[in-house]
Design a protein. Structure first.
Length: 87
């Protein structure tokens, strides 16, 4: 089976989220997940250990930023049901 076609929906979802300007928390979370995945997969194993440690700290900071952005988002007011006036 073609690996490129199998992984395409994953890349498309991530690309769609990264292009979306209305959800900065989701963008930060996707960036953190991608960086964490690269570190865990060993793609960056040739870097010095200090730099890998800094990248892990950056990943954690992105996760914290995403949580703070989600917490700071205003909660939408409950929509008024206009049809109740007619019933």
């Amino acid at each position: 089976m073609n690996t490129r076609n199998t992984l395409r929906p994953i890349y498309d979802r991530a690309a769609d989220i990264l292009r979306d300007d209305t959800a900065p928390a989701a963008r930060a979370r996707v960036m953190a997940e991608q960086l964490h995945g690269k570190i865990e997969a060993g793609n960056l194993r040739y870097l010095p250990q200090a730099e890998i440690f800094e990248l892990r700290a950056l990943t954690l900071a992105l996760f914290v930023l995403a949580d703070q952005l989600e917490a700071a988002r205003p909660v939408p007011d409950r929509a008024r049901r206009w049809w109740r006036a007619w019933v």
